[in-house]
Design a protein around this ligand. Structure first.
Ligand code: B12
Ligand code: SF4
Ligand code: SF4
Length: 313
């Protein structure tokens, strides 16, 4: 079985993943209790799809019958470009091409290899959009711990990583889960401008700029948060930017498609305000920014224009 795991890991690295770890496909008991509690407190905000898939998220055997293993994968997306100071900010994960597409291609290549090598076995892959708790599996597979800001941190490269997994009925040798190295630090909690990290390891999405500017489908950003957007037009990186594990260990990605598109580092709120639907579609084709939709991005730009003296030059 050690051989099986080693061969799986070599294939994952050859396919371009930076990190891989394997764990037994057992129920996520304590994690799903916390997920239930999170939902019962209303912290999922408008993301009601989280409630509908609760059962599957709690147990990979409800996603793939006979599942034995979860292969967790990560890809570094860190790029050292600086955030613009005079224009609206887009979070780092969305500077380049849409990671869903990039990761999907890598996952397909990886699964093809697995199917060839382990004939008759099943391999189901997910990145972000599946009914699977990506972070909990990354933690169980030893990729990294879930930090107080609620993102997975790898001790060698930090938290600027996308996560994915392959669920399989193949039996493997399993890795040791990652342990928490946050210690007494609370830099992320103190830096969050909207107090969205309501307790260590607990995020209230209703207060998080990332939710408010990406997933939020309402017409406006609640007034209490407008003055605290800190120039973020799409997503927010503050809690990860201040994390000592990133400051010390972040390393530039070798994935060319994550390199920043020039316009994503130089976007004026006024330009977004004046953008037509056609401009929006052209500009953000193949970019994660399209997730906010035309109406959402303009709503964000309007909130920035109202709240700050941003790019009124
Ligand atoms: C819903 C969602 C969001 C929501 C909610 C965020 C959240 N904290 O869950 C919103 C829209 C706000 C969001 C924002 C972002 N997201 Co998001 N999101 C997801 C999604 C779809 C589900 C996450 C989930 O299950 N949340 C449920 C809650 C309950 O989980 P949780 O907060 O992590 O809580 C766990 C622990 O913190 C723990 N816990 C709770 N209490 C306690 C107490 C103690 C004592 C302990 C030890 C533990 C503990 O228990 C919970 C269960 O394990 C995943 C993809 C996926 N399918 O998993 C991507 C994902 C988490 N997002 C991702 C990214 C990149 C982001 C952003 C960085 C984007 C950006 N720059 O704007 C921000 C980060 C904001 C933040 N500080 O977390 C990546 C994270 C990669 C990583 N390194 O971890 C993921 C994994 C997508 C991917 N496949 O790569 N996201
Ligand atoms: S992403 Fe921004 S708003 Fe959300 S928890 Fe982190 S610092 Fe706070
Ligand atoms: S900033 Fe500190 S507390 Fe927050 S995730 Fe990083 S190490 Fe943990």
């Amino acid at each position: 079985m050690v051989e099986v795991s080693e061969s799986i890991k070599s294939m994952a690295y050859e396919e371009g993943f930076d990190l891989v770890g394997i764990s037994a496909a057992l129920p996520l008991d304590s994690e799903s209790e916390r997920l239930k509690e999170w939902i019962s407190r209303g912290y999922q905000a408008g993301m009601t799809w989280m409630d509908r898939t609760l059962e599957k998220r709690s147990d990979p055997r409800k996603v793939l019958q006979g599942a034995r293993s979860v292969i967790s994968l990560a890809r570094n997306y860190y790029h050292p470009a600086a955030y613009p100071t005079a224009s609206a900010k887009i979070s780092r994960y969305a500077w380049g091409d849409d990671y869903h597409v990039v990761m999907e291609d890598m996952l397909k290549g990886f699964v093809r290899r697995l199917e060839e090598r382990f004939q008759g076995k099943k391999f189901l892959h997910y990145c972000d959009t599946g009914p699977v708790m990506d972070k909990s599996w990354a933690q169980r597979g030893g990729i990294g711990w879930i930090g107080k800001h609620t993102n997975v941190i790898n001790a060698a490269i930090g938290s600027w990583i996308f996560l994915a997994e392959v669920i399989s009925d193949l039996e493997c040798e399993y890795d040791v889960p990652a342990v928490d190295h946050c210690g007494t630090c609370r830099a992320c909690i103190d830096a969050c401008p909207t107090e969205a990290i309501v307790e260590p390891y607990v995020l209230d999405a209703n207060r998080c700029i990332s939710f408010l500017t990406i997933e939020n489908r309402s017409d406006s950003i609640p007034g209490e948060f407008e003055p605290n957007l800190n120039g973020w037009l799409f997503g927010c990186d503050i809690c990860q930017d201040v994390c000592p594990w990133n400051i010390k260990f972040q390393t530039e990605t070798d994935e060319a498609s994550f390199a920043p598109r020039r316009e994503n580092l130089n976007l004026k709120a006024m330009e977004v305000h004046l953008m037509t639907r056609e401009n929006f579609q052209d500009k953000f084709r193949g970019s994660p920014v399209k997730r906010a939709k035309y109406e959402g991005l303009r709503r964000n730009a309007d909130a920035l224009l109202k709240s700050r003296d941003l790019d009124k030059d």
